[in-house]
Design a protein around this ligand. Structure first.
Ligand code: ZN
Length: 450
């Protein structure tokens, strides 16, 4: 299939310019003014923006958590992604105890490959580094999975000692560690305290994981990374103190990266006072206004590198398990379909530039995570392309989303502008509200950080 997108305005992380984009065999083959190519169909993008597809480097598809499994499987999650202009989805695989890292990747890939509607990649969530399992990280790197995550919380989280070892190993083998930073001891202590006082509403989910619980862990994680001079990526950064620690480390020249999520940019902890507060329960929780302002400031300064979603939805009946006990609420919300439209809408409303939205959602994630064929519109890259209508008004509702989840925390959010088409490797997978993709179209993206 060959076509040329004509008369649109191309957006990169650094510029906006008028040019046509020609696509053949799933790749971008030419960019220029007034391209006229024999045998190419024409897609008219006059008045529209033409953007690289987004990469969501943080999702949990079909993830076992809190006695259930997150409600979007590989097909539903990647379908929702396509409909929100995201053309590469990263999933976290949790290593089993006694399992080699590369075996975790192969186990998961066998399950996912038949169902993905857009390209996908993996990170391994590290649980067990006993025996030769630490060394097995290297095979995963060779397989195309050079990024690993450690959790400082949850029953599958790792000790500081394991975290240190994994960081050290990552430096040796050209890998990079991501970290979910919250202080486990403090969370457990505060949960116990509030429960014993009979304080069980969703608000106490926030109260048991407030700003300082995340800040302390961010600082601790950064201090191990500095000690080893190893690169470190902090996922879903949501608090002001953590932002300050990241800024300081960057200023000192350390390779510390930070990701935040749209839910921390749009909502504050006030949502936990709502009747449906449990639907907003995720970890880390949304914080106060001061933290939200600090994250936006860091985005504008360039101290936040990426925006990703932590997409991990659960159905209403599952969220309802914790109506009277916040401990029983599965942690996570839907977001994969909302990230790019939300960030682009914030650009359209003047909060950031369109270039910044592209940098945070596409170019930086592609570069930082070693997706060499993604992240910008340039000749030779995959034709992962979004056509965006700046003038389209869009109100998010569960009825116009494409996830399998039966509600969305974004219900009623009003966006200025919306994607009208998404192409995955040259194939139209989303057209004016409708999903046109198919299972199995998405392929594993082999990555390297070298
Ligand atoms: Zn997550």
């Amino acid at each position: 299939m060959q076509f040329v997108i004509k008369n649109g305005t191309i957006v990169s992380a650094t510029e906006m310019y008028q040019a046509d984009v020609a696509v053949a065999d799933g790749k971008i083959v030419a960019i220029g003014k007034d391209l006229s190519l024999e045998g190419y169909d024409v897609v008219d993008a006059a008045g529209k923006l033409v953007l690289p597809g987004a990469l969501d480097v943080h999702t949990h598809l079909a993830m076992p958590f809190g006695g259930t499994i997150s409600s979007d499987d590989y097909f539903a999650g990647t379908r929702a992604a396509a409909c929100g202009g995201t053309t590469t989805v990263f999933d976290f695989i949790l290593q089993d105890f006694d399992e080699k890292m590369v075996d975790a990747v192969k186990r998961r890939d066998a399950l996912c490959a038949p169902d993905a509607a857009v390209d996908y990649a993996f990170h391994v969530g590290v649980k067990d580094v006993s025996g030769d399992l630490l060394d097995s990280m290297e095979e995963a790197v060779e397989f195309g999975v050079p990024t690993f995550k450690v959790f400082m919380v949850y029953d599958f989280g790792v000790s500081d000692g394991v975290f240190y070892k994994v960081l050290q190993k990552s430096k040796e083998i050209g890998a990079r560690i991501s970290v979910h930073a919250e202080n486990n001891e403090m969370v457990n202590m505060l949960v116990e305290k509030y429960i014993s006082e009979g304080k069980t509403s969703a608000w106490y989910h926030y109260m048991s994981r407030p700003e300082f619980v995340e800040k302390e862990a961010d600082e601790r994680a950064i201090s191990w990374a500095k000690e080893l001079n190893a690169p470190l990526y902090i996922v879903h950064l949501a608090n002001k103190g953590g932002v300050e620690a990241v800024t300081k480390a960057k200023d000192e020249g350390y390779e510390i990266y930070a990701e935040t999520c749209p839910q921390y940019l749009h909502f504050t902890n006030e949502v936990y006072k709502r009747e449906d507060g449990r639907n907003f329960v995720c970890s880390p929780p949304m914080k106060g206004q001061e933290s939200q302002d600090a994250i936006w400031d860091a985005i504008i300064r360039g101290d936040i590198d990426t925006v990703a979603t932590d997409h991990c939805p659960f159905q209403s009946y599952e969220k309802d398990w914790g109506k009277d006990d916040f401990r029983k609420i599965p942690n996570g919300c839907a977001g994969v379909e909302n990230m790019y439209p939300y960030m682009l809408s914030m650009a359209n409303k003047g909060k950031i530039s369109f270039q910044k939205a592209v940098e945070l959602c596409s170019e930086n994630p592609a570069r930082l995570f070693g997706c060499k064929d993604k992240g910008s519109l340039s000749v030779g890259k995959d034709a992962d392309i979004v056509i965006y209508d700046k003038d389209k008004e869009f109100t998010i509702s569960v009825d116009n989303m494409h996830s399998d989840c039966d509600h969305t925390i974004w219900e009623g959010a009003e966006l200025k502008g919306y994607p009208v088409q998404t192409y995955s490797k040259g194939r139209l997978v989303f057209d004016n509200g409708e999903f046109l993709g198919e299972r199995g179209w998405g392929k594993f993206v082999k990555r390297s950080l070298k």
